[in-house]
Design a protein around this ligand. Structure first.
Ligand code: MF3
Ligand code: CO
Ligand code: CO
Length: 263
């Protein structure tokens, strides 16, 4: 069993790892352009993490995963493997970065839009980010995991989109994926009660059509929507504070507070 309540020393290391994950997403943003391959984006992230940050890209060799980041294009829900495939106008893609620094993990992902895209894809990206933000606003000691899942559903489903069931957020620290599992659907007032010092991710995946997914039999990783419609995801690593939440992976492009205090 891993420790779900982090010590102040561990929290400081989580802050540093979280900042590094956010910095990678900020670094890569201007490189996401028509004609660039996802492999090139992977290489830029890898080199930045290893050479500039003196950190470790957690996905590389994680349960056999072959690359340093996950890049999930259009109908790919998550765990897309970077490849020699060029980005096209109108593509939407998620870049999911996890770094290990001084033994601790920071995990965050964001959507990028290549040039102009359809209103559907644009709305889908926004719905997934709104779901993440609404869920974060509920995080505090005494809140329950079901509150988080329910908040995601409340944002997503009235827009005719669906919340993925097959993948979830997770506790994080010295271990990449630890307890608890953080579902993005559920009933308020159910599930584990949050306590100060917990660190976990919220990372809703939102599909335009059915929430059903399938995993590639060829590579064992790439998860796509069952109906081929697009999917979007955003992820932050969070700390439950004494009176609210701190977003450990906040980026400077976000119009969202780093800390929310409910006292
Ligand atoms: N970063 C992903 C998450 O949010 C996990 C990627 S695991 C990998 O949990 F092996 F695919 F990299
Ligand atoms: Co994660
Ligand atoms: Co991630």
């Amino acid at each position: 069993m891993t420790n779900l309540i982090k010590t102040p020393e561990q929290i400081e290391k989580m802050r540093i790892a979280g900042k590094l994950a956010a910095d990678v997403l900020e670094m890569i943003a201007p490189h996401v352009q028509k004609g660039v391959t996802t492999e090139e984006l992977n290489e830029l992230c890898h080199n930045y993490i290893v050479d500039e940050q003196q950190a470790i890209p957690a996905p590389l060799n994680y349960h056999g995963y072959p690359k340093s980041v996950c890049i999930s294009l259009n109908e790919v829900v998550c765990h897309g493997i970077p490849a020699h495939k060029k980005l096209h106008e109108g593509d939407i893609l998620n870049i999911d970065v996890t770094v290990i620094k001084d033994g601790f993990h920071g995990d965050s992902s964001a959507m990028f839009i290549v040039g102009n895209t359809t209103p559907l894809k644009r709305n889908l990206c926004k719905a997934a980010q709104d779901a993440l933000y609404e869920a974060i606003k509920l995080v505090r000691p005494g809140a329950q995991l079901g509150d988080i899942g329910s908040a995601c559903q409340k944002v997503v489903e009235p827009q005719g989109f669906s919340v993925v069931r097959d993948f979830c957020g997770h506790g994080i620290g010295e271990v990449f994926h630890e307890e608890p599992q953080v579902l993005h659907y559920g009933q308020p007032g159910t599930g584990m009660t949050l306590q100060a010092g917990m660190t976990f991710t919220i990372e809703p995946m939102v599909n335009a059509g059915t929430y059903k997914c399938k995993v590639s039999k060829k590579d064992g990783w790439t998860a796509t929507t069952k109906d081929g419609q697009p999917s979007a995801q955003w992820e932050h690593t969070l700390l439950v504070t004494e009176d609210g939440v701190e977003v450990l992976t906040l980026r400077s492009d976000e119009d969202f507070p780093r800390k929310i205090s409910h006292s």
